[in-house]
Design a protein around this ligand. Structure first.
Ligand SMILES: *Cc1c(COP(=O)(O)O)cnc(C)c1O
Ligand code: SF4
Length: 348
């Protein structure tokens, strides 16, 4: 064992000892069998069960995430988010492929306008990790990068829409795109007079914290727009030292950091875990923003937490945390002008 580790260290390029985020992204585990073996959990039954889900929505787990999973624990909350279970193959009434009725009827390609002051810009369909509960699991979005002409069209639309003051880079995961392209977007968006903020919705700095490198920080620092990043953490053990360092680097570059989570059975559906998550986020410089009520997406029934239970959890958080560490419990309801806040009521 020791010899093997030593050999691996020697094999690294001495001039370039840190793996780049691109190489980490490319080397992700994409086979359920490999994932189970790496964690000492291989059995014919588990692999068979995982294959069923994998065939519909492929397994994708980058190494830095894999390193945070406890080996030998089939119930590990980080593993649960990425390992397909037999339940994915079963049908349940009310669990549909498109709970949010996201239609793609957008006049300007890539630009989604649902809310008055904010527009969503889809820069890629790719993600760094495949989360089993994701409502996008049934839309393996093509990697539709916009052409320079389409980018011009987006900028024209935004310039003609002075009510929009914030653009949200979304996906997929917008940080799966290289910094050359992202900085071109940032420069183009900075020419739109009405824009004051650039928001980035990304899980990459959590999944592969090496994504927060000098070239990302450089264009963020240079942007005249205020940059807000909404990361996605569901469980406190997702935050390790590398994630803390990445959050600190982003804050030092002037980024306001917020987090969104999804309430998930077997991952974070208890008050202790959620309270610990809020504390860990805050100590990393991130404020809890949204806790998304569960959406009944086909294949994710085993994550289902009822709205009643979700309300109870947030009430419990409110009783033990300062208000700024209590996330807003919300749901996206088609055709509403913003996210819908779920009323958590009073403690009886
Ligand atoms: C959630 C969401 C936003 C951002 O909403 P905020 O409440 O401002 O965080 C924007 N566009 C779409 C389509 C969304 O789903
Ligand atoms: S990173 Fe976000 S969009 Fe991508 S699979 Fe996970 S939850 Fe879905």
């Amino acid at each position: 064992m020791i010899q093997r580790t030593a050999a691996r260290i020697e094999a690294q390029d001495p001039d370039n000892p840190m793996p780049t985020w691109q190489s980490l992204l490319a080397r992700s585990v994409t086979s359920p069998g490999v994932l189970l073996r790496r964690l000492g959990l291989d059995s014919a039954q588990r692999e068979h069960d995982a294959r069923v889900g994998h065939d519909a929505f492929e397994v994708r787990v980058p190494e830095p995430w894999l390193a945070r999973i406890r080996p030998g624990d089939p119930d590990d909350p980080l593993l649960r988010q990425v390992l397909p279970l037999a339940e994915e193959g079963k049908d349940y009434p009310g669990f549909v492929r498109d709970p949010l009725q996201e239609t793609d009827a957008t006049p300007t390609p890539g630009l989604i306008r649902k809310y008055r002051s904010r527009a969503l810009l889809m820069v890629t369909g790719q993600c760094a990790i495949n989360c089993r509960y994701c409502f996008r699991r049934h839309f393996p979005y093509p990697d539709h990068r916009l052409s320079p002409q389409q980018r011009e069209q987006v900028i024209t639309t935004l310039t003609e829409s002075p009510e929009i003051n914030e653009v949200i880079l979304s996906g997929g995961d917008p940080l799966a795109v290289n910094d050359r392209l992202l900085s071109a977007w940032a420069r183009a968006l900075a020419t739109v007079p009405s824009l004051t903020r650039l928001r980035i919705h990304s899980r990459l700095p959590i999944v592969i914290p090496q994504r927060v490198d000098d070239s990302l920080l450089a264009w963020i620092r240079e942007s005249p727009l205020q940059v807000v990043m909404v990361v996605h953490v569901n469980h406190p053990r997702e935050i390790d030292n590398d994630v803390r360092k990445a959050m600190k680097a982003l804050r030092d570059a002037g980024v306001t950091l917020l987090n969104q989570s999804v309430v998930l059975k077997g991952v974070n559906d208890d008050p202790d875990t959620l309270a610990d998550l809020s504390e860990q986020l805050f100590s990393s410089g991130v404020l809890p923003y949204y806790l998304h009520a569960f959406d009944p997406v086909a294949g994710a029934h085993h994550f289902d937490v009822s709205d009643q239970r979700a309300r109870q959890l947030v009430r419990a958080l409110q009783a033990r945390l300062p208000g700024y560490l209590v996330p807003r419990l919300v749901r996206e309801i088609p055709d509403r002008p913003g996210k819908t806040l779920l009323d958590i009521g009073m403690e009886q």
